[in-house]
Write a protein that binds this ligand. Structure first.
Ligand code: SF4
Length: 275
């Protein structure tokens, strides 16, 4: 059912994008589903419409009764595409001054599992994609070991623009960017979030506890199961921690209903002995 809805959403998105390319900016009100709830939120100029707002829950709405977003609220893919376009021009925090690309995130819109990292690094900023480079390659191998693939999950970060010199994002930068992450999660509606590394885990869980203490247990984040684990970059420095990450991934597999031993890859990632 979920897959079928995703397929329909993709078809609708294609249709709406075609209409948009032909010059459509909206649909007659009478052809649309019941009004979107008007959420309290800050004006974003969504779809270029000055009255459009996005509530904290990521719901698009407007105080202008004639406004309807082109993609309406019928397609997660369409909503994510709108959100991606909005972030592309975002100047809400100082990180916009030094970024090369906004790294919005990528993956399956019907993903059950969403990975959230800290922020883009040098390669991600250059390419505009999350988790590329050596850390990304290791994440890919972990996914294969889980019986998954990069295409079947969604990957994003706490902040969408690279902090200069790979410093940690500052609290005001996180606060500025958080509505985008919440909107992404609201549209994706995954079963599990995996926070990668200290910073992502501490930010999502609102704690200063170390990742060593936070990892290995399931939490709730906005009604979604959340697992925190070590960042792949840490595993590159401390390969022995792979065993703990593998334990965490197996707990995620359990929540997702993936049978143990679903390893289908032939890549160099080897689950620790006994696993
Ligand atoms: S980090 Fe987030 S809030 Fe800051 S400029 Fe980039 S997209 Fe906007």
């Amino acid at each position: 059912m979920r897959k079928e809805l995703s397929r329909l959403a993709r078809e609708l998105q294609g249709h709406f994008q075609g209409q948009e390319e032909l010059g459509a900016t909206g649909f007659p009100v009478e052809l649309l589903p019941p009004s979107l709830p008007v959420a309290a939120g800050r004006a974003h100029g969504w779809n270029g419409h000055p009255a459009a707002v996005m509530g904290r829950d990521g719901v698009l709405a407007s105080t202008d009764p004639t406004f309807r977003p082109v993609h309406a609220a019928v397609s997660a893919a369409g909503c994510l595409a709108d959100l991606r376009r909005t972030t592309a021009g975002c100047q809400k925090c100082r990180l916009c001054q030094t970024r090369r690309n906004v790294v919005f995130g990528e993956g399956a819109v019907d993903a059950d599992l969403v990975f959230v990292g800290e922020g883009p690094g040098h390669d991600e900023d250059r390419l505009g994609r999350p988790f590329v480079g050596r850390s990304g390659q290791l994440l890919d191998r972990i996914l294969i070991a889980m019986g998954l693939s990069r295409e079947s999950v969604y990957i994003c970060n706490i902040v969408k623009c690279r902090p200069p010199s790979n410093r940690n994002p500052r609290p005001d930068e996180i606060k500025s960017c958080e509505p985008y992450l919440l909107a992404q999660l609201n549209h994706l509606k995954p079963k599990v979030i995996c926070a990668l590394g200290t910073f992502a885990a501490q930010t999502l869980l609102g704690t200063r506890e170390s990742i060593s203490r936070l990892r290995g247990r399931l939490y709730r984040y906005h009604d979604i199961e959340l697992m925190a684990t070590f960042h792949p970059a840490y595993l590159l420095r401390k390969p022995l921690a792979k065993k703990q990450v593998w334990d965490d991934m197996q707990k995620i597999q359990e929540v997702l209903g993936i049978p143990p031993g679903s390893y289908v890859g032939k890549g160099p990632y080897l689950p620790p002995k006994g696993k």
